[in-house]
Design a protein around this ligand. Sequence first.
Ligand code: ZN
Length: 160
Amino acid sequence: MQIAQNSVVTLHYTLKDNDGNIIDQSDDGSFLYLHGAMNIIPGLENALAGKSAGDELSVKVSPEEGYGEKDPQRIQEVPKEMFENSAEIQPGVQFHAQGPDGNPVVVTVVEVKDEAVVIDANHALAGVDLNFEVKVVDVREASAEEIEHGHVHGPGGHHH
Ligand code: ZN
């Protein structure tokens, strides 16, 4: 069957940046998502529509179809004394913080100065071109419960 709204899709994928560095890949073989439920970025989801098991494709996704452009307003300098364990604060360290809308966000330390720490609350892949190599492994229809929940259940999927 072809990938369409409410298909449960199993993929193998490798994600590289424009320099060919691997950013991410499917763990132990496969990745499952529910098509049409915004489980994955729009650029990849659109490219997969109509594909079937066995299809292989290369997809280049621009930031606007991926994780968005970097928002300079989400890069901020905060006083070092706000951090309890300032010895652990180094460039590249990530931690969870509360965003302006109250939702948790992952924040990355960009730079540590004498009195301040520069943090970036943009998604780690914001502003990055994403180059996917994808193989469609399986396509099945979602159950009514999966459609209601908006995600995949069962082996390889979400459990609760
Ligand atoms: Zn569920």
